[in-house]
Design a protein around this ligand. Structure first.
Ligand code: FAD
Length: 317
């Protein structure tokens, strides 16, 4: 079922959902299940599964270093199918521009359709670790809007190189990313919102936001989006702080601000277990305010560990 249908069916009640990351190559899927199991009591209508970009590895060959491409956490579509059938829950694979040609994306979408996956998150992806700026892959898309167009075309039977009049075309519901504190490459929030509007005009059905720690920024973002006629659901993404290092990493990687009082509480912590507790308490208070404001879904970034998300959801759902 489409995410937009889940939201409509909930009739104003806020839903619970979360995002997971595939395990590192060579690991078993069981650990992922062990983390999902406790969260199923909160009836998530959907679970997102991220896609990681490829990385370079350097292998020694005859005294020289040979550069090869590898993917540390492959398996997004397989995991989506496995979870969907194990838990009877909708899953949302993240589909990236970066690292994929348009043809590879087409085949990935065909697989999703065969597997009964009804939703995809269309994302550009970040630059690879050695790159300063994002570069489109050979024969790949440069912006998420182009990816949304491709999915939309597929929904109409328009493949890259043929038009197929099939009785059962895909009908993917498409999610895209939104940034309450603007995307790090964007010159201003207003420009970034114009880009978001382009994604929605191209056919995106809903938005999931980047993590934020100040609800006011989310509320202002939604208001500004509505003023620009972006009328699709805007789902807040919430990340509980879990380690002290997050104080440096999150602002650096995502260009987001952390509130002073949260920083102070984390700085007082002696262990990461203490930080985890602070992170949970903060996320509970943040979620309560969002819940009271009637957000459609509270969507949590779990990073594959569920104990803190469980503690938060227990207070809210
Ligand atoms: P876009 O919408 O393409 O925007 C990228 C930048 O280009 C923005 O600055 C935008 O303003 C600008 N822009 C857009 N269109 C144009 C145009 N026509 N001309 C000029 N500028 C333009 N990353 C992963 O690698 N894997 C994941 O699974 C993943 N999941 C995510 C989930 C969520 C909810 C979010 C918020 C992010 C996720 N990301 C993921 C990160 C995402 O890939 C990065 O933030 C990436 O840098 C931007 O992706 P986007 O889809 O927002 O790109």
């Amino acid at each position: 079922m489409k995410i937009t249908e889940h939201i409509k069916k909930a009739n104003g009640k806020t839903l619970f959902s979360f995002e997971i990351i595939p395990p590192k190559k060579g690991n078993n899927i069981q650990e992922l299940y062990n983390n999902i199991d406790p969260l199923m009591e909160f009836n998530p209508p959907f679970i997102d599964v991220t896609t990681s970009r490829e990385e370079y590895v350097y292998l020694e060959k005859e005294g020289l270093l040979d550069r090869k491409i590898t993917r540390m956490r492959p398996g997004t579509v397989g995991i989506c199918a496995a979870i969907k059938h194990k838990y009877d829950v909708d899953t949302v694979p993240h589909v990236l521009c970066g690292g994929f040609s348009k043809e590879e994306t087409e085949y990935l979408l065909v697989d999703c359709h065969y597997l009964g996956i009804d939703n995809v998150m269309a994302l550009r992806g970040d630059a690879m670790s050695h790159q300063k700026y994002f570069e489109a892959s050979k024969d790949g898309h440069k912006y998420a809007t182009q990816l949304v167009n491709q999915v939309k075309n597929l929904n109409k039977g328009k493949y890259l190189h043929d038009v197929i009049e099939a009785a059962d075309t895909s009908d993917f519901c498409i999610g895209v990313a939104g940034y309450p504190e603007k995307h790090l490459e964007s010159p201003s929030l207003q420009t970034d919102l114009k880009r978001l509007k382009e994604k929605v005009d191209a056919g995106a059905d809903y938005v999931v936001t980047q993590m934020f720690f100040d609800n006011q920024k989310y509320f202002e973002f939604v208001k500004a989006a509505r003023e620009m006629n972006i009328n699709v659901p805007i789902i807040p993404g919430i990340k509980p702080l879990a380690v002290k290092r997050h104080l440096q990493i999150l602002p650096q990687v995502f260009r987001i601000d952390l509130p002073e009082h949260l920083i102070r509480e984390v700085e007082k912590c002696e262990t990461n277990l203490d930080v985890r507790k602070v992170g949970v308490e903060f996320a509970i208070q943040q979620s309560k305010e969002l819940l009271a404001a009637g957000v459609p879904v509270l969507h949590y970034y779990s990073m594959g560990k569920s104990d803190n998300i469980h503690a938060i959801a227990s207070e809210l759902f």
